[in-house]
Design a protein around this ligand. Structure first.
Ligand code: HEC
Length: 125
């Protein structure tokens, strides 16, 4: 239950800001560089150092982590969607349960930073 409240709170704040049309404020709040260490420590083993979903642990999973350098894929998810999965785990958006919930480990700011970091993998030519 705690996780649900965390998700509602953290991701609700993001969604609310988007609704109010101050999305740029949210983007400014996410500091990609600040997320690097958290990403390396908690996420890279599955999602890969370069975000391609090619981390050593990811390779063994039935559902492979998505390729974040694929801009088309990432555009299908809003910040609120990404936040929900990071906070509450894959099942929050009918994705694999191998994507664990990190809402108890990460602060709201950490999650925003990670979203900015993940989005930075997608480089348009
Ligand atoms: C045990 C392996 C594993 C770890 C560790 C892991 N993930 Fe995932 N993640 C997955 C899998 C599997 C999925 C579901 C398939 C996919 O990528 O869409 C997923 C999905 C996601 C999604 C949804 C992608 C989308 O398309 O909407 C996000 C966002 C995400 N992970 C972020 C993270 C972050 C941030 C961390 C570190 C805090 C992390 N993951 C750690 C395996 C992992």
């Amino acid at each position: 239950m705690k996780r649900f409240i965390t998700y509602e709170f953290v991701c609700g704040v993001i969604g609310g800001m988007l609704l109010l049309g101050i999305a740029s404020v949210v983007q400014a709040a996410g500091d990609a560089a600040a997320a690097k260490e958290n990403y390396r420590e908690l996420c890279a083993k599955c999602h890969g150092e370069s975000g391609k979903g090619d981390g050593p642990a990811g390779a063994t999973l039935a559902t492979k982590p998505a390729d974040y350098t694929d801009c088309a894929h990432l555009q299908t998810s809003s910040d609120k969607d990404l936040c929900a999965v990071i906070s509450d785990g894959g099942p929050a958006r009918k994705l694999s349960k191998d994507m664990a919930p990190f809402g108890d480990v990460l602060e709201e700011k950490d999650i925003l930073d990670l979203i900015a970091y993940i989005r930075s993998f997608c480089k348009k030519p």
